[in-house]
Design a protein around this ligand. Structure first.
Ligand code: PGA
Length: 255
């Protein structure tokens, strides 16, 4: 993925039928014409919309990403979608290790080992990866955040990655979709810590962008995006409204 900062990515999760996805994407493209800016903007719609929206985005600078990627490249894996298929559908990157897949109440329960295998598979297919890590509310309250993040990072990140193909997203589980966020000082401290870990884990670690995610919206984006080691945002709910998402993009321009 282009390393132009800030990197603002929308994770649509399981939202959007064809007409809605098409309208939202076209509104984004119209809004961007009026709001020239630098950085990287991308959307991760549900898999059913990828091919359609790849056509809508064709010729624009907006990147198209997936929300998950199988370990295998093809074969008898009912329901899975491989990296090759995502590239074929027009994706240039994929989110992996999102907490809604790590901690799913319907039994997905993806381990960091599985996430690492998926990261390897996605990279081999030619996709860039947005690797998500984050602590639960109980871990946060117990003061275990940095230890939990270190373990998830060490276990999910393949040893050989280059800064051009990977982005780290710190998303506290308790901040996702809740309207709650850590304080600016907390986010700054956690990102500083993660920058140090990335430096010692991989040779190009200093250059790996680190996004914050969890209840980012237009109203708090400027403050969050102005933090030193915050290179962008992974946005859920607020990415489903073109105006709100564009306002976050705009906030990143001045932050
Ligand atoms: P949210 O989700 O912005 O709705 O909190 C963020 C995410 O899950 O990536």
């Amino acid at each position: 993925m282009s390393q132009a900062l800030p990197i603002i990515l929308g994770n649509w999760k399981m939202n959007g039928l064809r007409a809605e996805g098409d309208a939202l994407t076209r509104s984004l493209l119209r809004g961007l014409v009026e709001r020239q800016g630098s950085g990287t903007l991308g959307i991760c719609p549900p898999a059913t919309l990828l091919s359609t929206l790849a056509k809508v985005l064709d010729g624009s600078s907006v990147k198209l990403g997936a929300q998950d990627c199988a370990v295998e490249s093809e074969g008898a894996f009912t329901g899975d979608i491989s990296g090759r298929m995502l590239v074929d559908a027009g994706c240039s990157f994929t989110i992996l290790g999102h907490s809604e897949r790590r901690h799913d109440r319907h039994g997905r329960g993806e381990s960091s080992e599985l996430v690492r295998a998926k990261v390897g598979a996605a990279l081999s297919a030619g996709l860039d990866v947005v690797l998500c890590i984050g602590e639960t509310e109980a871990e946060w309250e117990a003061g275990e955040t940095l230890g939990v993040l270190d373990r998830q990072l060490e276990m999910s990140l393949p040893a050989q990655v280059s800064a051009e193909e990977i982005i780290l997203a710190y998303e506290p589980v308790w901040a996702i979709g809740t309207g709650k966020t850590p304080t600016i000082d907390d986010i700054a401290g956690t990102h500083r810590h993660l920058r140090g870990r990335l430096r010692s884990l991989v040779s190009s670690g200093a250059g790996i962008p680190i996004l914050y995610g969890g209840s980012v919206k237009a109203a708090n984006a400027a403050e969050i995006l102005s933090i030193d080691d915050v290179d962008g945002a992974l946005v859920g709910g607020a990415s489903l409204k073109a105006d709100e998402f564009l306002a976050i993009w705009q906030a990143g321009q001045t932050a």
